[in-house]
Design a protein around this ligand. Structure first.
Ligand code: FES
Ligand code: FES
Length: 177
């Protein structure tokens, strides 16, 4: 038996079919922000496009590179894979919020500079935020652990050896011979 499919009925008022903008309250780097955004806005786009915090980078936009890593209540997350509306009243920290109030750098930022742990720098904000999350997790006990637990952060310049040097130094982990 043949089934005949009919085209969908035309939407008479397309704008009426769109969900209304929603109010989202985010605390970003210690400052409360209220945004009126579409419910499908990712946290990454909310940071970059609505709050002008462009330190967080968009690499793949599909959860595969780690360039968009930020911290939510101290835990690292790929901000391209989560919607801003899911983080009402959460504490979000991006790379712009890691330095101390007096302007001095976070120890990981200093270590990345000291170890020359970047080339183009595109992955660096995500690498550093991810390393802060790694330290908060308290799981990494060895250089191999650092490599494994940072493996979600891709560096197309291949700066991995220096990134590992920087992270292990700050964590007080001895380098393997
Ligand atoms: S931009 Fe989010 S993981 Fe690549
Ligand atoms: S420093 Fe260029 S992608 Fe990592």
């Amino acid at each position: 038996m043949q089934t005949t499919l009919s085209p969908p009925a035309p939407v008479e008022n397309a704008s009426a079919a769109l969900p209304a903008l929603g109010t989202v309250r985010l605390t970003v780097n210690g400052t409360a922000k209220t945004l009126q955004i579409a419910p499908w806005t990712t946290l990454l786009d909310a940071l970059r496009e609505y709050l002008n915090l462009t330190g967080t980078k968009k690499g793949c936009d599909h959860g595969q590179c780690g360039a968009c890593t930020v911290l939510i209540n101290g835990k690292r997350i790929n901000s391209c894979l989560t919607l801003a509306v899911m983080h009402d009243d959460h504490e979000i920290t991006s790379i712009e919020g890691l330095a101390n109030a007096d302007g001095s750098l976070h120890p990981l930022q200093t270590a990345f500079v000291d170890h020359d742990a970047f080339q183009c720098g595109y992955c660096t904000p995500g690498q550093i935020c991810s390393a802060v999350g790694l330290m908060n997790e308290g799981q990494a006990k060895s250089e191999a652990d650092v490599r494994e637990l940072m493996s979600g952060n891709i560096c197309r310049c291949g700066a991995y050896p220096h990134i590992v040097d920087a992270v292990t130094e700050v964590m007080g982990i001895e380098k393997q011979a």
